[in-house]
Design a protein around this ligand. Structure first.
Ligand code: TYM
Length: 336
């Protein structure tokens, strides 16, 4: 029996944080042996916000090494760089010509990021979801594991499939395959350490708002020490008036590998002074093996390069096939 296919990616902007790990990579790793997996470094998406050409390549290698350090296994997973498979941009153009402008203007992430950039906002930020749809549809995946914030982009991808198939396929013979999002309840929305109502994000100007996967123990300790809490004694899940409390308990639960019931019982009478060292310890222990493995991988650059070279070859073969199928359906003269 052929395995279902999974595909996902992360923007190569700066460091990865706990939200990227718990919302995405951890789930990729846990599920990988059941699927045929494709995970890429979204370096074309990385330039939709102002970027530094001096660090783009280094960030790409760093994140590729982190994918491996977090446990992606090349027996099950192919890792590649988005910009090294040109089919992504070509297909994005084809899809953009059938995407209604108002679908893109309605995207929450566009609205949020556009406000931050003001007059400087680039067209790429608007058309970003079309590139994301291209990334996905070229690989005909069954499932796309992401955090909650990507849900709207996946809905747009599914709507684009229907539109493309309606225009260029037949009900009996659809051209593109509609993927399902895979969003786990736990960790799908990790919140900022300085404001429990906002998601943890790379673009937050405050470093104190997030834990990066490569933060050393003393930095983690300091960030937890200074993170926002509330003046109430007794820590509980799910109180809408205590978003920080819910977020920190959830992080502790996931990172210490305990059930919700066990954590609820352990923390119900605790104050923050007692809880914070526990959370710090759980975080440091969960990240330490990843950091050690990361260092070993970074010390062997030729290995990392060979992983990405092999990945590019495997990914290109699949992507080019889907692109040719889509172009044929759209009526293009294909090279003979
Ligand atoms: P990006 O790079 O912003 O985030 C990568 C993954 O991490 C998840 N995530 C979070 N999960 C939980 N809590 C958080 N605070 C948090 N912050 C980020 C995201 O949901 C995502 O799964 N557009 C995508 C990259 C992309 C992509 C794709 C993903 C490009 N093409 C095709 C899937 C398929 C993005 O910017 O993710």
């Amino acid at each position: 029996m052929t395995r279902q296919r999974v595909l996902s990616g992360i923007q190569t902007t700066g460091y990865l944080h706990l939200g990227n790990y718990l919302g995405a990579i951890r789930n990729w790793v846990e599920g990988q042996s059941h699927y045929d997996n494709y995970f890429f470094l979204a370096d074309l998406h990385a330039i939709t916000v102002p970027h530094d050409p001096k660090t783009l390549a280094a960030d790409t290698y760093t994140i590729a090494a982190l994918y491996l350090a977090c446990g992606l296994d090349l027996q099950h997973s192919t890792i590649f760089v988005q910009s090294q498979v040109p089919a992504h941009t070509e297909f994005a153009w084809l899809l953009s010509c059938i995407t209604p402008l108002n679908w893109l203007e309605d995207m929450i992430q566009f609205k949020e990021k556009a406000v931050k950039q003001g007059q400087e906002v680039g067209t790429g930020l608007l058309t970003y979801p079309v590139l994301m749809a291209s990334d996905i549809l070229l690989y005909e995946p069954d499932k796309v594991p992401v955090g909650e914030d990507q849900k709207q982009h996946l809905e747009l991808t599914r709507d684009l499939v229907d539109r493309f198939n309606y225009k260029f396929g037949t009900p009996e013979k659809p051209v593109l395959k509609r993927p399902d999002p895979l969003i786990r309840a736990e960790g799908a929305r990790v919140m900022s350490l300085t404001d429990g109502t906002r998601k943890m994000s790379k673009s937050d100007p405050s470093e104190l708002s997030r834990i990066n996967l490569l933060d050393p123990p003393d930095v983690i300790q300091n960030k937890i020490k200074r993170c926002k809490t509330d003046p109430i004694r007794g820590l509980v899940f799910g109180d809408p008036d205590r978003p920080e409390c819910n977020n920190l308990l959830t992080l502790y639960m996931i990172l210490s590998n305990q059930t919700k019931e066990a954590v609820a019982a352990e923390c119900q009478d605790m104050g923050w002074g007692q809880f914070k060292p526990l959370l710090t310890e759980a975080m440091i222990s969960a990240l330490q093996p990843i950091q050690e493995k990361y260092q070993a991988i970074m010390d062997d650059r030729s290995y990392l390069e060979s992983v990405l070279r092999d990945g590019r070859e495997k990914a290109s073969a699949i992507a080019n096939k889907t692109l040719a199928k889509a172009k044929k359906a759209m009526g293009y003269a294909l090279p003979l």
